[in-house]
Design a protein around this ligand. Structure first.
Ligand code: AMP
Length: 278
């Protein structure tokens, strides 16, 4: 695996690959890699000739400085995992490589930015679109791979790509879970043994909703799931919502495809999860 920290060196290397008609797949991450990230890498490898993964803990998407500070950064073991997973190129830039001092610009993402995660993490999606725009500009991927785990993030990035006519195809990859149902996340390492058990209520509530779903019952099911999560010790619910899969606006009772999304703090650790219901 080739490792680049400079955007210019990476750009030159990718230009030579493109001249050889190689297609470029791209998997952006913030590191602390787990099987979920590596599944994106495998899907990327199956669809493109050369895969670039990036590891960059993007400061502009954190609205809580403590969260940024304590975000795990095990770069040596991440490099090993990427090598073993067959990644071709790692881009691991420092903050100054991507951002100028006092850089300020934003995209008008409309309502999408203020719903769900946007309500609880103001400015988060401005940070996400800034960094993904910059990374797309450097890597110029043919296809970029993102997890359904961050469903709203996928919709926001798709909207940016559509608005700015970016020549990239986006692929949404399934959520990888631990055997007991907990969605894999870099943040799970912060959970104590007890918190790890309590966190299971999130995937249990999503599955209960899906298992009991019938048109016309959406509000009842949401109410029950909120109650279920509310009763779990140490779990502080932020939202549990059923929304239309494309607009992310509240789902109508006769929606053909909806997504149920949940966010909660388990102890000090903020977790998100979701399930698509067709
Ligand atoms: P992150 O490092 O958390 O920014 O995540 C990088 C990419 O991995 C994003 O596209 C996430 O949606 C995706 N991802 C994170 N967790 C999972 C998971 N459990 N299963 C599949 N993809 C995931």
């Amino acid at each position: 695996m080739k490792i680049f920290t400079s955007k210019h060196s990476l750009g030159e290397h990718l230009a030579t690959l493109r001249n050889k008609s190689k297609t470029i797949g791209f998997v952006p991450t913030m590191g602390a890699l787990h099987q979920g990230h590596l599944s994106l890498l495998q899907i990327a490898r199956s669809q493109t000739d050369q895969v670039v993964c990036s590891i960059f803990v993007n400061p502009t998407q954190f609205n809580d400085p403590k969260d940024l500070e304590k975000y795990p950064r095990p770069i040596e073991s991440d490099i090993q995992k990427l090598e073993q997973g067959g990644c071709d190129i790692l881009f691991n830039p420092g903050v100054n490589e991507l951002y100028a001092d006092n850089e300020q610009w934003h995209l008008n993402l409309g309502e999408l930015e203020h719903l769900l995660e946007g309500k609880f993490r103001p400015g988060h999606y401005q940070g996400v679109t800034q960094v993904v725009y910059k990374l797309f500009d450097i890597v110029k991927p043919d296809v970029a791979f993102f997890g359904q785990k961050d469903y709203q993030q996928f919709m926001v990035i798709q909207k940016m790509a559509d608005m700015l006519n970016l020549p990239v195809r986006l692929v949404m990859c399934p959520i990888l879970r631990e055997p007991d149902g907990l969605a894999m996340s870099s943040r799970n390492i912060h959970l104590s043994h007890d918190e790890r058990q309590h966190a299971l209520v999130l995937s249990k509530a999503l599955n209960w909703f899906a298992g009991n779903f019938e048109p016309g019952k959406v509000s009842f099911l949401i109410g029950h799931c909120k109650e279920m999560i509310g009763k779990e010790p140490g779990v502080e619910l932020e939202y549990f919502e059923a929304v239309e899969a494309d607009s992310l606006l509240p789902a109508a009772n006769n929606s053909s495809e909806m997504v149920i999304l949940v966010a909660a703090k388990v102890g000090q650790t903020r977790l998100i999860d979701n399930l698509i219901i067709s």
